[in-house]
Design a protein around this ligand. Structure first.
Ligand code: IPD
Ligand code: CA
Ligand code: CA
Length: 272
């Protein structure tokens, strides 16, 4: 349950998520500059950097002793700190760069390496998700619960693909094909953090992805768990904090999805 310090961390996380979201909203579809990172399809825009700078400066100003792991490299991930902020300043950069209106800010905070606070903000829908360990998951003032769907055949599921997919498509394609044959529908909407929040909100019944990063899942995994869902690696093992794979679901269809992923070979190295 929340103590005073956790409540302060949550308040700060919400404030900075709203501020970064405002930057995203204001600059959406204004022709922002785009560069590439690990591959030709791994993009970063000036808005990713502007959001991260604003977020990191606020944390450093108010909580200078905390460690910070942020996707674009601002902040210091110093060992041995009680609190660590894990930040995706703009989750859904490809969407953002193309003017596709689905992206968010994702801020997870660990206390002694255990996820304590998660905040995700979708600035276009003005949807602010949050969770505190033991305190439930929330969308604004609304308490969130995962769906009650118990058959994969009636489920709406989501996935995503890593930025090395041009070189390594086999595993992802096999999982996708296997789920295509089993689920009611599949979405690939380009923001892992929002996909997780949609599982928490009962909009998706399950979401899986391979080769994510800590900042993609830190906030969202806590939000799913606090909404009563289940989060594991794609092989059913404990959910890796580094995001190397994730399967998040309402719990009821978890084993059905796992079986599909495993038979498609999507569990290879999943917990590593
Ligand atoms: C990406 C998005 C996407 C997922 C990728 C992520 P980014 O994050 O969450 O949905 O499929 O694996 O890397 O690069 O937009 O922050
Ligand atoms: Ca991301
Ligand atoms: Ca990002």
């Amino acid at each position: 349950m929340s103590d005073d310090e956790t409540a302060g961390v949550l308040a700060l996380a919400r404030r900075i998520a709203l501020a970064a979201g405002a930057i995203q909203r204001e600059r959406f579809e204004t022709g922002v500059s785009v560069a590439t990172k690990s591959s030709a399809i791994d993009l970063v825009t000036e808005v990713d950097h502007a959001c991260e700078k604003a977020i990191v400066e606020s944390i450093q100003g108010e909580r200078p002793d905390d460690a910070i792991l942020a996707e674009e490299g601002h902040g210091e991930d110093t060992d041995g700190r009680e609190w660590r902020w894990v930040i995706d300043p703009l989750d859904g950069t490809t969407n953002y760069a193309h003017g596709y209106p689905r992206f968010c800010v994702s801020i997870g905070v660990e206390r002694n390496r255990v996820r304590e606070v998660g905040v995700v903000y979708d600035p276009l829908l003005d949807e602010l998700y949050h969770a505190v360990r033991g305190g439930g998951a929330w969308l604004g003032e609304r308490s969130l619960s995962v769906s009650t769907c118990s058959e994969l055949g009636s489920a709406l599921v989501a996935t995503g693909f890593a930025y090395d997919v041009h070189r390594n498509s086999r595993e992802s394609a096999a999982c996708f094909a296997s789920m295509l044959e089993a689920a009611r529908g599949i979405r690939r909407d380009g923001s892992a953090a929002l996909d997780l929040c949609y599982v928490a909100a009962g909009r998706f019944d399950a979401y899986w992805e391979l080769k994510l990063h800590p900042w993609d899942v830190c906030a969202g995994n806590l939000i799913v768990e606090e909404a009563g869902g289940r989060v594991t690696a794609a092989d059913g093992g404990p959910a890796p904090a580094n995001g190397s794979s994730v399967l998040a679901s309402n719990g009821r269809i978890h084993d059905q999805v796992l079986e599909r992923l495993q038979s498609a070979g999507g569990d290879a190295g999943a917990s590593s």
